[in-house]
Design a protein around this ligand. Structure first.
Ligand code: SIN
Length: 293
């Protein structure tokens, strides 16, 4: 006979996307999670890699409090310009992603262009393990965010490509944002072998699940350390073409009040462009990670 004082089902529903990553969690207000519910949720996050919560109603303090349950926060990344409005400057733990301009200054980063496939802030030595993104204003169309599972991408990598990257290190350029804008204070990159940033193994092991994943950062200005430039470009093109295969990915169409948390240690993501005349306002927290190994 089971002990009635032991495990009960968590008070939420898990609805997998049916794609290579992601699940929607239904029935929760993330502002009011008890410890047991949070632990069950964290396990779902490790399993599905990106979780979606619809219909949340969160202040910046709520976003920070929820994010901090996963671990201490990282500061927001450097934007393309120092000329951002006072809203972004007021909360160093929140990164505002927006195309909205107020009083002649963008209130946030990344504008309305496409953001290339990337994993967040891999150009630092200890990139954030997770990002938490909350939608405050959403355009009528466009601006979808896609996630690609780098564990399944590595598993499916042809043997010849895998042999070329086993044991290799890549440099992750820090000069440009994912929409290709030069970050404040950075110099244009003219030679990828001299790009600033951080160096990480191309195949990394997830510190919690033990899964191996491709860890490429972003295509722009990537360099496989000690590789000849022509060979580097050809190999990176082949690896990124493989990773872009839709069988590894899931695309999220945003609604106001959506909250996503994703695992940067095993996923890439990208954002579609949208009409610059419409408004998109998102607030993001990033949770500290450790050195990729
Ligand atoms: C990002 O975190 O790279 C931006 C994603 C988005 O704006 O949807």
């Amino acid at each position: 006979m089971g002990d009635p004082a032991t495990k009960s089902d968590p008070p939420f529903e898990v609805v997998p996307t049916g794609a290579a990553v992601g699940a929607e969690i239904r029935g929760l207000d993330v502002r009011t999670l008890d410890d047991a519910t949070f632990l069950a949720l964290r396990q779902e996050w490790l399993t599905h890699k990106v979780l979606l919560f619809r219909g949340q109603s969160m202040s910046d303090d709520d976003l920070v409090a929820f994010s901090k349950r996963f671990g201490p926060l990282d500061l927001a990344p450097a934007s393309a310009t120092d000329n951002v409005g006072s809203q972004e400057k007021s909360r160093p733990d929140i990164w505002i992603i927006s195309n909205v301009v107020e009083d002649g200054k963008p209130i946030g980063a990344l504008g309305s262009d496409e953001a290339e496939w990337h994993t967040d802030m891999s150009y630092v030595d200890q990139p954030p393990m997770a990002s938490v993104l909350y939608s405050l204003e959403i355009p009528p169309s466009g601006g979808d965010t896609s996630f690609a599972n780098m564990v399944t991408a590595l598993d499916a990598l042809p043997d010849d490509l895998r042999a070329k990257i086993e044991g290799r290190i890549a440099n992750h350029d820090s000069s440009y944002t994912s929409v290709g804008e030069l970050r404040a204070g950075a110099e244009p990159v003219t030679d990828v072998t001299k790009a600033p940033g951080a160096r990480h193994p191309i195949i990394r092991t997830h510190p919690e699940s033990g899964e191996k994943a491709l860890y490429l950062g972003r295509r722009s200005n990537g360099w496989i350390v000690d590789m000849d430039r022509a060979e580097n470009e050809a190999l990176l093109d082949a690896l990124w073409a493989h990773c872009a295969d839709p069988r590894f990915s899931w695309t999220h169409q945003w609604r106001k009040g959506d909250l996503l948390i994703w695992d940067n240690r095993s996923l890439n993501h990208k954002r579609e462009a949208f009409d610059p005349k419409s408004r998109r306002v998102m607030h993001r927290c990033q949770i500290k990670g450790d050195t990729p190994a």
